[in-house]
Design a protein around this ligand. Structure first.
Ligand SMILES: *[C@@H]1O[C@H](CO)[C@@H](O)[C@H](O)[C@H]1NC(C)=O
Ligand SMILES: *[C@@H]1O[C@H](CO)[C@@H](O)[C@H](O)[C@H]1NC(C)=O
Ligand SMILES: *[C@@H]1O[C@H](CO)[C@@H](O)[C@H](O)[C@H]1NC(C)=O
Ligand SMILES: *[C@@H]1O[C@H](CO)[C@@H](O)[C@H](O)[C@H]1NC(C)=O
Ligand SMILES: *[C@@H]1O[C@H](CO)[C@@H](O)[C@H](O)[C@H]1NC(C)=O
Ligand SMILES: *[C@@H]1O[C@H](CO)[C@@H](O)[C@H](O)[C@H]1NC(C)=O
Ligand SMILES: *[C@@H]1O[C@H](CO)[C@@H](O)[C@H](O)[C@H]1NC(C)=O
Ligand SMILES: *[C@@H]1O[C@H](CO)[C@@H](O)[C@H](O)[C@H]1NC(C)=O
Ligand SMILES: *[C@@H]1O[C@H](CO)[C@@H](O)[C@H](O)[C@H]1NC(C)=O
Ligand SMILES: *[C@@H]1O[C@H](CO)[C@@H](O)[C@H](O)[C@H]1NC(C)=O
Length: 871
């Protein structure tokens, strides 16, 4: 309603905007401005109020009809005159090409205007790809806006019928934003309001004043308005326009806080609030303006002072859960002589988009099939499989889990009037189990590839016009359970019938035999090659069930010999001393001699070694051998020449500090190792001593988690203040486990969270001289102060994608949640961290540095191997 009122004013004051246009005309780069329902013959045009170039939506949607509002004088912006409505189908989608990884402001405008003469407000839903954005009832002119980062280059914005009324839309606008401005990685942001505080009622501020074309609502709030005629600059990613920053408000009663509130619109109830500040009053010598910024009682910035004539934006990083509504308070501090002041506020719902899109290869294949046969089913819009109730007609999909991309497993195109040959595009539906092409007019031969599609077990080709002999491969597959139906194809011959008119089919038979031979040869080659490869990489595969053959039992005298009589000490752990050794005089190894005092029992040692022999993963230090002789117990590990993560973070090893992407790579690899212990092993193994000194780096900086499982049997000798029942290292130790003595995988998640915090901050885990001695408490304290920048290791020199670091911080904080139940599991952590790496890599122009990429990709393939076999 507010919008409606203001729109009218915009129209009245349109003249001002036009004057403005002459002065400034920033380019509209990356803008997509669609006037829905506009006749292509009138497209494009320049909007007289904003100077924006709008075009018809005809190229972006195949369905719907064009309409026009009833009274053609009642609209304000010209875009509200025409509209597109969707009487057919349930879901109709706009299909827009965008750049993935970029934040987009997506704004849809609606004006019903009784276009259909029914005078009933349309009610419907909007979806973005597979996820629901919002539900709406269109009355007068209104906008809906979301800030969203697309995961693919195709953005689908869909209107979904929910009842009797017909969905409609008037305008669709996309504005690229800087991806370090609004925080969308925790979920898309649905606009609640965007207000600039002024009594000056000149309608909206938008393009060209705001080069990003946000629509700022001029809002008159019952406090004291202030303004300046001086220019206010903005050098941050939010680029708040001068036209907004010149105005602000302060409390009318200067001894009271400045108070606002906002109610979430969507049921997530989680909000992000962006406060925009600039000092726009002339301060006296002894004046100070300082205030605390609170969001529903939580301080998001303490003792904040706005910058003189320079816009700055303060916001909450972690979404704030608000019940009913959220209070926004600006509270003057003790030492401040002036009351708080704010220029503008934006509030958003943080939405959850839980559904993964259908597998991209399947989508591409379906699009090909659709194009090749000219299929125009109305339901074939938007995501093929999700949401399940709107899936494309004729499809069946497999849904494992909403966060996993569904696959297409069945395609029924019977009686669709298909003409032409059977396309190769079906081949790309690699999980297809059932294909029905019956009762069409397909011609040509039956392609042999159908018989070679592993998952495909039911094929119905009956009642077509197919010809030629059926490739022999089909007969072989039929013996193995393929159900092939081909009746009703008079020109198609099977083995027996071909013989009768052999002459005619000699050539095809020869070619097909020849091609079979070629295929067989290729298959053999592939098999040989695969075999070769698999032997090459064997030692890296998680061979859970088989005992690693390379692990050997050594005698004590052999251990003495290969360590050169314990000549070189590498380090001293809780269990004993670690020596350098070398196997066969070449392969360097680390030998841990268990000190007599810490050995708890022979039985436990033995059980442990047996366990370790089974555990094998590229991100776990592998056991080369062990010694178990007359009370001499030793473990022989592969040697990690690059030391441990702690040494690199503390700068102890010298050299240039690890880059953010390298740090991410190391923690991802560590997380994969842990994920394997937790999910890939039966029974699961809890490491119990995850810490930066236990993360070793091999010659290629590949992370290797060390000492796994040991702590289960051997309490730490050196750190005796930890009780025997509870094992671990102070600072890393899960407080819940410490309290309850109950151990599960989530204790490792906690310790991993601490490792992550160390990796981000390079701070010691415990330091008494800091504001808070424990690292988790300290980070929490800094964030509450709003001091995020100083949380991050200064030696990174700000050379990182901020969103990547914030996301990692968020993951770390969720890992160190005091309640183990609320912590994520390691596979969630791994996935989230990989997204951080994606974010970081895209900062570097989408070109990850090759050295680190390959090994991450390598290890990623293990995760996929391991996860399905998890308990
Ligand atoms: C999506 O857009 C592309 C190009 O913009 C077009 O070729 C394609 O046909 C569209 N698909 C649908 C389903 O509208
Ligand atoms: C961030 O923005 C830049 C350009 O401004 C873009 O190249 C990059 O892909 C974006 N990526 C992400 C994920 O933030
Ligand atoms: C700006 O402030 C002055 C007084 O400080 C006031 O007279 C004037 O009306 C204000 N202008 C606007 C546009 O609010
Ligand atoms: C404000 O900026 C404009 C354009 O950048 C400039 O022409 C004008 O002189 C500036 N005004 C003041 C008061 O600095
Ligand atoms: C201003 O607020 C204070 C504290 O709430 C109150 O005591 C005082 O009466 C108020 N003054 C006016 C003028 O309203
Ligand atoms: C600030 O300084 C002015 C003179 O420079 C003085 O009159 C005034 O009382 C001072 N105000 C405060 C709060 O100290
Ligand atoms: C979905 O998968 C993730 C990770 O694979 C798992 O943690 C989660 O529990 C699954 N969700 C459901 C509903 O099965
Ligand atoms: C075959 O398709 C035609 C239309 O193409 C349809 O009328 C007929 O019912 C279909 N027959 C079967 C058995 O599905
Ligand atoms: C199958 O997919 C690959 C890439 O994924 C593509 O290059 C190829 O053209 C596709 N084949 C067909 C027949 O659509
Ligand atoms: C194959 O398709 C035909 C025609 O649509 C149908 O009548 C028949 O039942 C189907 N056969 C199988 C095995 O699905």
């Amino acid at each position: 309603m507010e919008y409606h009122h203001k729109l009218l004013l915009t129209w009245i004051y349109g003249a001002f905007a036009i004057i403005h246009l002459v002065q400034a005309q920033p380019d509209q780069q990356g803008f997509i401005s669609l006037d829905c329902g506009l006749s292509p013959t009138e497209s494009p045009y320049t909007d007289p109020l904003t100077g924006l170039t709008f075009s018809s939506d005809a190229d972006f949607i195949q369905s719907g009809k064009r309409g026009e509002v009833g009274n053609d004088e009642s609209y304000t912006y010209k875009q509200f005159k025409d509209l597109r409505y969707f009487p057919d189908g349930v879901r109709n989608c706009y299909n827009l090409t965008v750049n993935k990884g970029i934040n987009y402001l997506i704004r849809a405008g609606f004006s019903y205007g009784n276009y259909d003469g029914l005078n009933i407000s349309p009610r419907f839903h909007m979806h973005i790809g597979p996820n629901m954005w919002t539900s709406l009832v269109v009355e007068s002119e209104s906008y809906r806006e979301i800030i969203y980062m697309s995961k693919s280059n195709l953005l689908q914005i869909c209107l979904v019928k929910t009842g009797e009324t017909i969905p409609m839309i008037s305008t669709l606008e996309l504005r690229p934003l800087r991806n370090d401005s609004y925080m969308t990685q925790l979920g898309p942001l649905n606009l609640i309001f965007r207000r600039t505080y002024t009594s000056d009622d000149l309608g909206y501020i938008r393009y060209p004043d705001d080069v990003l074309d946000r629509i700022w609502d001029r809002y008159d709030w019952i406090e004291t308005n202030v303004n300046t005629t001086l220019n206010v600059t903005s050098s941050n990613p939010f680029a708040v326009p001068d036209a907004v920053s010149r105005f602000g408000i302060s409390p009318r009663n200067s001894s009271r806080p400045l108070f606002f509130f906002a109610s979430p619109k969507e049921k997530s109830g989680k909000m992000n609030v962006y406060f925009h500040f600039a000092e726009i009053q002339v301060l006296k010598e002894n004046d100070t303006r300082e205030f605390d910024i609170l969001l529903d009682g939580t301080v998001i910035r303490k003792s904040y002072t706005p910058k003189v004539l320079q816009s700055e934006t303060i916001y909450n990083i972690l979404p704030q859960k608000c019940i009913g509504s959220c209070d926004l308070d600006l509270v003057q501090t003790q030492r401040s002589t002036l009351p708080p002041l704010v220029n503008a506020i934006e509030t958003f719902d943080v939405l959850e988009f839980p559904y993964a899109e259908t597998n991209q290869n399947d989508v591409d294949a379906m699009k090909n099939i659709q194009a090749i046969y000219g299929l125009d089913m109305i339901s074939w819009q938007g995501d093929p499989c999700v949401p399940e109730v709107l899936k494309w007609e004729g499809l069946k999909c497999s849904y494992t889990n909403k966060s996993i991309s569904p696959r297409i497993i069945s395609l029924d195109l019977s009686s669709r009037g298909l003409i032409g040959v059977i396309t190769h595009a079906f081949r790309n539906l690699t999980e297809l189990q059932k294909l029905d092409l019956s009762n069409n007019s397909l011609t040509g031969g039956v392609p042999e590839y159908l018989a070679n599609m592993k998952s495909l077990s039911i094929i119905n080709l009956s009642w077509n016009d197919l010809m030629d002999p059926l490739p022999k491969t089909f007969h072989d597959r039929e013996k193995n359970g393929l159900k092939l139906t081909i009746n009703g194809n008079p020109k198609l011959c099977t083995d027996a019938s071909c013989k009768k008119n052999n002459q005619k089919y000699v050539l095809p038979v020869i070619t097909s035999t020849a091609s079979v031979l070629i295929i067989v040869a290729v298959l053999i080659l592939i098999l040989v090659f695969k075999k070769k490869r698999s032997t090459q990489v064997q030692h890296e595969l998680p061979s859970r069930m088989s005992i690693n053959r390379q692990t050997k039992r050594f005698t004590y005298s052999e251990v003495v010999a290969l360590t050169d009589n314990f000549e070189r000490i590498l380090g001293e752990g809780g269990f004993g001393v670690v020596y350098h050794g070398s196997l066969n005089g070449t392969q360097p190894i680390a030998v841990k001699l268990l000190s007599q005092s810490s050995v708890q029992g022979y039985k436990e040692f033995k059980a442990e070694v047996e366990l370790l022999l089974r555990v094998h993963h590229v991100n776990l230090v592998s056991l080369v051998g062990y010694c178990d002789e007359e009370g001499h117990l030793a473990l022989l590990y592969e040697y990690a020449p690059n030391g441990d993560l702690k040494q690199h973070l503390s700068g102890e090893r010298g050299g240039s500090p690890l880059k953010w992407s390298s740090r991410l790579k190391i923690v991802i690899e560590t997380a994969q190792g842990l994920e394997y212990l937790h999910m890939g092993c039966k029974p699961p193994i809890v490491h119990r001593d995850v810490k930066t000194t236990n993360i070793l780096l091999d010659g290629h900086f590949l992370a290797k988690l060390a000492d796994f499982g040991l702590s289960r049997s051997f309490p730490i000798g050196g750190e005796t203040h930890v009780s025997t029942a509870v094992a671990g290292t102070p600072g890393y130790l899960d407080p819940e486990y410490y309290r309850t003595n109950r151990l599960n995988e989530k204790s490792d998640v906690y310790s991993f969270g601490i490792v992550l915090l160390e990796t981000i901050t390079s701070q010691p885990v415990i330091q008494q001289t800091r504001e808070r001695s424990h690292i988790a408490a300290w980070v929490g304290y800094m964030l509450t102060k709003g001091d995020i920048e100083n949380v991050v290791d200064p030696r990174l020199n700000r050379e990182y994608e901020p969103t990547s670091v914030w996301k990692a911080l968020e993951i770390a904080l969720s890992c160190v949640n005091p309640s183990s139940e609320k912590r994520p599991n390691m596979s969630q952590v791994t996935n989230e961290l990989k997204e951080c790496l994606t974010l970081e890599n895209s900062r570097q122009g989408g070109r990850p540095d090759m050295g680190s990429k390959s090994s991450v990709e390598l290890s990623m393939s293990f995760t996929t191997e391991v996860t399905p076999s998890a308990r």
